[in-house]
Design a protein around this ligand. Structure first.
Ligand code: GLA
Length: 544
C-alpha cells in the first residue's frame, strides 16, 4: 500500500467512528425511547390479477407461493381476498351465504361454504387472512363489476355489527372496506367508517380476535384528515387515490390490460400526506403493480422504492406463482423492506427539486442521523441529482456515509464519507435509492402550558428549520392500551395521534410525527387536546 493510502485509510476509519458514535437509536433529550407502533401491513391481494374470479383454489396457490418464493420469510404475511368472494346472498337471519363450490371443505370435518376453511388453510401456512366488503348496501360488483354480471347487495350497510362479527368468527385478521355503495348512496365516509370501526371493536371484544382495518374510499373527502383513529381504531390504513390499474386476469377478456409507470407515479404523489402518517396510521397509495404487465424491471424497482420510502402498505397484486427472479429480488430486498417497516412509521417528504422533475425525497428513520433518500428523475433526459445533507435535517459540518441500495454489492458503499452533499447520475424515468447515515442537526425542546383543567396543552413560539417538521413527543401512558390526543397546528385541521403504553411505572415514552409548520421563525402554535376520557401525559416536544 502506498504511504498516502495508509493515511487515507486511517482518516476514513476515524471519520467512520465519529459517524458511528454519533448514531444510535433515536432518543429524545429526556432520554425517552421511541414507542413500538403498528407497522404498515405487507402481503398479497387477489384483486389485481384475479378480479371477481377469486376462489379457494386461487387463494391456496397464492398462499403456498408466498411461502415457497421466500416472500413470507422476507416479511409478507397477509393473503387478502378482495371482491368476488361473495355474491351478495344472505340467509333469513341476514347471515352471509357463500357459494360452497367456490369455497369447499379443505380438510376432514369441514363444511363446504364456510369461510373458516380457507382461513384455517392460510393460518396453517403461518400467514394471516384478509377479507373484503363495502360500506354501502351494494358493492362494487353491483356498480361496476369487472368480470361477470352485476350482482346486488354485496355490501354490509344495515349489517355492520353482524358482518364484522362474522369475519372475526371466521378467523380473518384483516378487513378492507370499499366505498362503491357509500359513494353511490352519497353517504359521508367519515361517519360510515367510524361506525364500521365501532362494529370491528365490538367484534374484537366478543371474539378476542383482532381485525386490521383497511379503508378504501380512494381519497374522497380527504381521509387523511379523519381516518387516523377514526371511530377509536388503534391502527389503520386508508386509500388516497383510485386504482393504479384495472385487473389484468390471464385468459380473460381483460388479459391485455397494462399497468403504467405514469399511473404508478400519480398514485405515489396522491399518497403523500406526511402530517397524517404517524403512530400506526398509514396513507395507502394502492396495491402494488410490480410484476404485472406494463412496467419494466427498472420501473418496478422505482415503484418498490417509492412505496417503501412512503412507508406504505406493501400489498402485492401480481400472481405470486408467476414472479420472475428479478421481480422477486425487488420485492424481497431486505434493506428496502426495512425502510418501509422502519419503527418511526413516517412518510417521505420532498425536500428538493432543483429543476422540474429532478426530485429528492427523504424519509426519517429510527436510527439517529439515518435517512432513506430517493433521487427521482421524472424528466426525459438523464441528469445528475444532488442531495444536500442540510435539506435532510442533518449536520452540514459532519460527514455522512452513503449506501446505494439498488447497486450491485460491490458498488453499494460509496467508499469515502461525503461532506455536505452527495450527487449521482439518474437515467430518465429512474431513481437512485440511498441510505444516508449522518449526524442529526440540533433540536430544541419545548414544554407546554394549559390555560386550565380540561383545556388544550399549548406549545407556543415554536420554530422549525424545515417546513415539514419532525417532532418527537415525550409522554407517559400507564394504561395497557394506547391513549390518543388530537393535535392542531396553527389552528388548522387536527390529526389524532396514538400514544402506546409506557408501562405501569413512570417511564417516559416517545412517539415521532411530522407536521406542517408553515410559519417562519418562532411563531407556530401546537395545541394538544383529548378526544376521549384519558389523555396521555405529554411532557415535552422537541424538533429541529
Ligand atoms: C375498488 C377498489 C379496488 C378493488 C375493487 C373491487 O375499485 O379500489 O382496490 O377492491 O374496488 O371491485
Amino acid at each position: 500500500m502506498k504511504k498516502f493510502g495508509v493515511r487515507k485509510t486511517a482518516l476514513l476509519l476515524v471519520l467512520f467512528l465519529i459517524v458511528c458514535l454519533e448514531a444510535g437509536t433515536l432518543q429524545a433529550q429526556s432520554g425517552a425511547r421511541q414507542a413500538a407502533i403498528p407497522l404498515p401491513p405487507m402481503g398479497w391481494s387477489s384483486w389485481n390479477s384475479f378480479s371477481n374470479t377469486v376462489d379457494a383454489q386461487v387463494v391456496i396457490a397464492q398462499a403456498k407461493a408466498m411461502v415457497s418464493t421466500g416472500m413470507a420469510k422476507a416479511g409478507y404475511q397477509y393473503i387478502n381476498i378482495d371482491e368476488g368472494w361473495w355474491l351478495g346472498e344472505r340467509d333469513k337471519d341476514g347471515n352471509i351465504v357463500v357459494d360452497p363450490k367456490a369455497w369447499p371443505a379443505l380438510a376432514d370435518g369441514e363444511k363446504p361454504g364456510d369461510m373458516a376453511n380457507i382461513v384455517r388453510f392460510i393460518h396453517a401456512q403461518g400467514l394471516k387472512a384478509g377479507i373484503y366488503t363495502d360500506a354501502g348496501a351494494d358493492g362494487c360488483s353491483t356498480y361496476g363489476p369487472d368480470i361477470g354480471p352485476s350482482i346486488p347487495h354485496t355490501g354490509s350497510e344495515g349489517h355492520y355489527e353482524q358482518d364484522f362479527l362474522q369475519f372475526a368468527k371466521w378467523g380473518f385478521d384483516y378487513v378492507k372496506v370499499d366505498w362503491c355503495g357509500g359513494f353511490g348512496e352519497n353517504l359521508d365516509p367519515a361517519v360510515q367508517y367510524a361506525e364500521i370501526a365501532r362494529a370491528i371493536a365490538r367484534a374484537e371484544a366478543i371474539t378476542g380476535h383482532r381485525l386490521y382495518y383497511s379503508i378504501c374510499n380512494w381519497g374522497k373527502d380527504s381521509p387523511w384528515s379523519w381516518a387516523p383513529n377514526v371511530g377509536g381504531v388503534e391502527a389503520d390504513i386508508w386509500r388516497t387515490s383510485g386504482d393504479i390499474v384495472a385487473p389484468i386476469v390471464a385468459n380473460s377478456k381483460n388479459s391485455g390490460r397494462k399497468a403504467s409507470f405514469k399511473g404508478m407515479l400519480s398514485n405515489f404523489d396522491q399518497g403523500i400526506h406526511p402530517e397524517a402518517q404517524h403512530t400506526g396510521f398509514y396513507n395507502d397509495p394502492d396495491m402494488m403493480v410490480l410484476g404485472m404487465a406494463g412496467l419494466s424491471d427498472a420501473e418496478d424497482r422505482v415503484h418498490m422504492g417509492l412505496w417503501a420510502i412512503s412507508g406504505a402498505p406493501l400489498l402485492v397484486g401480481a400472481d405470486l406463482t408467476k414472479l420472475s427472479d428479478a421481480t422477486l429480488a425487488t420485492l424481497t430486498n431486505a434493506a428496502v423492506l426495512a425502510i418501509d417497516q422502519d419503527a418511526l412509521g413516517l412518510q417521505a417528504v420532498k425536500v428538493a427539486e432543483a429543476a422540474p422533475g429532478l426530485q429528492v425525497w427523504s424519509k426519517p428513520l429510527s436510527t439517529a442521523g439515518a435517512r432513506a433518500v430517493i433521487l427521482l428523475n421524472r424528466g426525459t433526459a438523464a441528469a445528475s441529482i444532488a442531495v444536500r445533507f442540510s435539506d435532510l435535517g442533518l449536520k452540514d459540518s459532519a460527514p455522512a456515509r452513503v449506501k446505494n441500495l439498488w447497486a450491485s454489492k460491490a458498488d453499494q458503499n460509496d467508499s469515502a464519507p461525503f461532506n455536505s452533499s452527495y450527487a449521482n447520475f439518474v437515467p430518465a424515468g429512474d431513481a437512485v435509492m440511498l441510505l444516508i447515515q449522518g449526524v442529526e442537526a440540533g433540536r430544541a425542546t419545548y414544554t407546554g402550558v394549559k390555560a386550565g383543567p380540561g383545556q388544550p396543552l399549548n406549545f407556543t413560539h415554536v420554530a422549525s428549520r424545515a417546513r415539514v417538521a419532525r417532532i418527537q413527543i415525550a409522554y407517559t401512558n400507564p394504561d395497557k392500551k394506547p391513549r390518543f390526543a388530537e393535535l392542531r397546528v396553527n389552528g388548522q385541521i387536527a390529526t389524532r395521534i396514538a400514544f402506546p403504553s409506557t408501562g405501569s411505572g413512570n417511564a417516559t415514552g416517545m412517539v415521532t410525527i411530522q407536521s406542517l409548520l408553515e410559519l417562519t421563525g418562532p411563531n407556530n402554535t401546537l395545541s394538544f387536546s383529548t378526544p376521549g376520557n384519558s389523555s396521555p401525559q405529554i411532557k415535552s416536544i422537541s424538533l429541529e
